[in-house]
Design a protein around this ligand. Structure first.
Ligand SMILES: *Cc1c(COP(=O)(O)O)cnc(C)c1O
Length: 382
């Protein structure tokens, strides 16, 4: 593992040592159930609420508006299914985009099988949703719109401020999946025209299996998990206390290091592109040239099939991806690249490099040279 060059942080990140340290007491000494009324329970409850306050402060939200979940997927499902169910009397039309994470797309498909209609907005060749398309799609019975903040495959940042402002005027509830943007862009909910926003801990060096849905006051949702009255009756189930404490610590580390991280990611990006340019590799950068998450670099090496490149990279211990973790492993083409209509050659040769805190610029340069060597050999061998 030590020699591996890991460039797949959009799939998941290693847990920060400070996060592990913060979590440990809640797996050992402070093991109470936050719902118990005795001392052990009260201690756990205090830790839970302290973590909620910290995460809320980090995203400029009212602590009571955060619902802890088992991750980004559950937060997305809660927003879309729970939001749609709560509003079904008013209307049964939902709008999303073709480039959403499967947690959003498959939740929408579930709703389609249950009496809702869904419009999937197209994107342009940079992977961006157009406000004009949204305006055209909105109907009298539209009750919910879900457009992601930053895309996990190509990094394109969506115009969520314009989208949100338009939807506010129309009184339509707006959810955004901010899982990739969170931690690299300043996600401050009081300044954003959003009603619901999903985040996940393991994409920001927190533990896997914990996330949150920000739910603005007065926005109705129907719970999707039923049982106890945790999370103000909005999400039943004993809270993942250690995970939540770890999540809070991860946001504290981000708050201290965000600027430094972002400038490093930009340097890594530039270093890799610089190497490929120098070496005369035929490549195409996928995603928006400026409105892009700094930690995601999606590149097609023309003439080299994605799976072949990934296998060859794996042989030299470089971990990259074809897009979302859920589609790699199967030979399925990326739904995001397909929605961008870039043509077969670009679509079937795309590789995603995603940067994280343990990467160095030198490592990125080294990896880029390996990639160049492989690309040249494979393009010649064809
Ligand atoms: C990773 C990811 C998710 C899913 O989050 P989990 O915590 O892994 O369930 C949802 N949306 C986006 C954009 C992601 O990158």
């Amino acid at each position: 593992m030590s020699d591996m060059m890991y460039f797949d942080h959009a799939a998941t990140t290693p847990v920060h040592p400070r996060v592990i340290e913060a979590m440990t007491p809640y797996l050992t000494q402070v093991f109470g159930n936050p719902s118990s009324v005795h001392g052990a329970g009260r201690q756990a409850r205090q830790a839970l609420e302290r973590a909620r306050d910290q995460i809320a402060a980090f995203m400029d939200a009212d602590p009571q508006s955060l619902i802890f979940t088992s991750g980004g997927t559950e937060a997305d499902n809660m927003a879309i299914i729970g939001g749609a169910m709560a509003q079904a009397e008013r209307g049964r039309h939902i709008i999303t985009s073709q480039i959403e994470h499967h947690a959003v797309l498959h939740a929408c498909e579930y709703l389609e099988r249950n009496g809702f209609e869904v419009t999937y907005l197209p994107v342009d060749e940079t992977g961006m949703v157009q406000l004009s398309d949204l305006k055209q799609a909105v109907r009298e019975d539209t009750v919910l719109v879900s457009i992601m903040y930053g895309n996990n495959e190509v990094g394109t940042i969506q115009p969520i401020e314009e989208i949100g402002a338009f939807l506010r005027e129309r009184g339509i509830i707006f959810h955004t999946d901010a899982v990739q943007a969170f931690g690299v862009l300043p996600v401050q909910v009081r300044q954003l025209p959003v009603d619901m926003l999903s985040v996940s801990a393991h994409k920001i060096n927190g533990p896997k299996g914990v996330g949150a849905l920000y739910l603005a006051k007065k926005i109705p949702i129907s719970p999707i998990a039923h049982g106890g009255s945790q999370e103000r009756k909005r999400r039943a189930g004993t809270e993942n206390l250690a995970g939540i404490v770890g999540f809070a610590e991860a946001t504290k580390v981000v708050a201290e290091e965000a600027e430094e991280r972002i400038s490093k990611y930009k340097q890594m990006r530039a270093a890799m592109l610089g190497v490929w340019q120098e070496e005369g590799i035929r490549y195409h950068v996928n995603g928006h040239p400026e409105q892009v998450l700094p930690h995601i670099l999606n590149v097609s090496f023309l003439g080299v099939h994605t799976e072949t490149m990934l296998m060859n990279l794996d042989l030299v211990q470089i971990a990259a991806a074809s897009g979302s973790a859920c589609t790699s492993g199967s030979l399925e083409l990326s739904h995001v690249l397909q929605a961008m209509h870039l043509g077969d050659e670009i679509e079937n040769s795309a590789i995603r490099f995603s940067f994280g805190i343990t990467n160095t610029v030198e490592e990125a340069r080294l990896a880029a040279h390996s990639v160049a060597k492989i690309a040249r050999r494979l393009a010649r061998d064809r």
